[in-house]
Design a protein around this ligand. Structure first.
Ligand code: ASP
Ligand code: MG
Length: 446
């Protein structure tokens, strides 16, 4: 007997037909003896629609109320999937985050999971039920519902897999796995068999929308082996784990582009101790995620400071910097939304030199101007004009020959409990027939 945590994203549960297909997949996975906890996202674009609705009645909706609203998307889809399972004769029960024992901290819209009490889920599993949990939410100390940030159902799934000591955490999506780049931008992009937590973390933080970065952090911390795979077909996806077979040979694992970045620049700031601390303290207190920071060499006691924030936080950032700029006697403020961040990621970078040169050279040869640069041990990011983003990704994918399968990479075959194998195998023809990824099958970035 194996315990699977499945997570189905919004496009996999977009409508009634999708729900029935997912229910059939879960039923097949259960087979004779497996247990399944399914975590679901809101159906289709529900979350976006709810956000738009909220903003249409109030341009700056209260965060607590926003959470109450957004959490309903996942609640609805968990109930619908449960009904679809019951229609197939599967004993199933839906649960909200609170009912699933998920306790979160006191932030709204970006809440972090603090503890999970899995006893209620375990009780239902023991009774032979499939438990369907509404993703993306938990209950805080004030007994209010709070959501975990966009894409947060991934984190719900990983956290539950850790708390339940599940055998496998499978993230089922409308793509077949994680790619070397967004296949919609780079047709030659290749599906990866494996990727390390660290690489996935960097890619997720750099705009690959395939997994929420918090989920990957969680998986790394609790050593939950993740598998990103198609919800339409039963075949191996991409496994995310601590170590992979070809770590030594692969310099660049993947490329990501993030178009949801904006740049703030404070000009002619007095170059005295404490100025940067004052600015970033206020940004931190406002829960604004600052990404790249560049401070220029100072000239005659003044310096320029630029940093990037998510586009969503730009209004907040501007409101904060305007008075702050005045009180710090900054020479000027400038905001730029027309930027994108393009990043190359790979653990092999640690042991190879010349990677930065190769990246900059390829961009230069194609007329892409670099505005800012930042690096980590396994990543190089550049800020460029938004209009150049797709071109830059294609150029880099080519320059680093990511379309070639690297030596030493191993086919994606993993040991699996016999029963699970049988269950999944059995699902194959049916699920394939039922679930050809037609118009609903959008490729996501990696
Ligand atoms: N429904 C939420 C979102 O669209 C959470 C999720 O899908 O994971 O971001
Ligand atoms: Mg932008």
């Amino acid at each position: 007997m194996a315990l699977f945590v499945h997570k189905y994203g919004g496009s996999s549960v977009a409508d009634a037909e999708c729900m029935r297909r997912v229910a059939a997949r879960i039923k097949a996975t259960c087979g004779d003896s497996n247990q399944v906890v399914a975590v679901v996202s809101a159906m289709g674009d529900t979350t976006d629609d709810l956000i738009a609705l909220a903003r249409s009645v109030n341009p700056e909706p209260d965060e607590r109320e926003m959470d109450s609203l957004l959490a309903t998307g996942e609640m609805a889809s968990s109930a619908v999937l449960t009904m679809a399972l019951q229609a197939l004769g599967v004993d199933a029960i839906s649960m909200t985050g609170r009912q699933a024992g998920i306790r979160v901290d006191n932030t709204h819209l970006k809440a972090k999971i603090e503890t999970i009490d899995p006893s209620r889920i375990q009780r239902h599993l023991k009774q032979g039920k499939v438990v369907v949990v509404a993703g993306f939410q938990g209950m805080n100390a004030a007994s209010d519902v709070a959501t975990l940030g966009r894409g947060g159902s991934d984190t719900t799934a990983v956290a539950l897999a850790a708390a339940l000591h599940a055998d496998r955490c499978q993230i089922l999506k409308d793509v077949e796995g994680i790619y070397t780049a967004n296949p919609r931008v780079v047709p030659q992009a290749r599906k990866l068999d494996e990727i390390t937590y660290d690489e996935m973390l960097e890619l997720a933080a750099c705009g690959a929308e395939v997994l929420q970065s918090r989920a990957v952090e969680f998986a790394k911390k609790y050593n939950v082996v993740l598998e990103v795979m198609s919800s339409f077909e039963v075949k191996p996806g991409t496994v995310v784990r601590q170590e992979v077979a070809d770590m030594e040979n692969v310099i660049i694992r993947g490329i990501a582009a993030d178009k949801n970045q904006a740049k703030a620049t404070m000009r002619a700031l007095p170059d005295t101790p404490g100025v940067a601390a004052t600015i970033f303290k206020q940004l931190a207190q406002a829960n604004i995620n600052v990404d790249m920071i560049v401070q220029n060499v100072s000239e005659e006691g003044y310096t320029d400071l630029s940093f990037t924030v998510p586009t969503d936080d730009l209004v907040k950032t501007r409101r904060l910097l305007e008075p702050l700029g005045k009180s710090l006697k900054a020479g000027g403020l400038h905001f730029d939304q027309d930027i994108a961040k393009v990043s190359i990621v790979g653990v092999g970078m640690k042991s190879h030199s010349g990677v930065a040169y190769q990246m900059f050279d390829a961009l230069a040869a194609n007329g892409v101007n670099i505005d800012m640069i930042s690096t980590s041990e396994i990543k190089i990011s550049v800020i460029i004009r938004a209009k150049d983003a797709d071109k830059a990704v294609r150029v880099l994918h080519d320059a680093f020959k990511l379309y070639i399968v690297p030596e030493g990479s191993k086919p994606n075959v993993r040991p699996m409990a016999k029963t699970a194998q049988a269950a999944q195998g059995k699902a194959s023809p049916k699920a394939r027939k039922a679930g050809k990824p037609t118009k609903g099958a959008k490729a996501k970035k990696a």
